[in-house]
Design a protein around this ligand. Sequence first.
Ligand code: DGL
Length: 269
Amino acid sequence: MNRAIGVFDSGIGGLSVLRALRAELPHEHFIYIADSGHAPYGERDAAHVLARSRAIVHHLVSQNVKALVMACNTATAAAIQLLRAEHPGLALIGVEPALKPAVAFSRTGRIGVMATRGLLSSDKFQALLAAQAGKATFILQPCDGLAHAIEASAKTGDTTETIALCARYTSTIGLFGTENDQIDTLVLGCTHYPLASDQLRALLGSGVQLVDNGEAVARQARQRLLPGPTPIHPPPGRVSLLATGDPQTLQAAARRWLSLSAPVTLLDI
Ligand code: DGL
């Protein structure tokens, strides 16, 4: 039996990671959980994020998943260490802001980082930042409300609030561009933000590099999974979608960003 890979986020943001996972592992089955009934994670305390991550990991383990991807920077920072200790046999993969790849991309050495308040204040992020000390200048921007605005726009199609918040936060970070003193690279440190990359590109211009870790996480997942016997013509993998809050938002987002028209089941955990 081909066991599924579990993937979760506070909402639709993890779809940006699921998209990369499906491209990398097209024959795998996935169970995706949007914990939208308990979101946003990034503006709640770490204890809340840990408790929710624990409940979701517990549920996915009960579904016999063969690996689990925490497709959320905020949850990874708050919970991955403890959950790895609690589930020593589980392949548990997290996502972190792509600071190191950003250093490699940047020519000007000035890098913006958009992320949730919770992630930026976590010890895990501070350690990640310290590892890049002296290699570039990072300008950190907590983006309250942006994940929520992206959720709302997925349902209504109205991106006005997303554009307004992206404009406000990027202008606070500073002047973007490719001149020496300008910020030429922007790290999308929340899995929701790649879903607003069209809006960010329109604001910042094509010279600015947007970096996220979705594809790197997908490659890591492929390496972690033991290759099973491959049938000659393996069927495409299935995706089950579950949400602890409004199912319509996840359904609309999956259709829009993954061309997936699967039904969404309401999950009460
Ligand atoms: N998508 C999540 C992340 O990567 C957080 C969004 C939220 O605040 O719930 O950090």
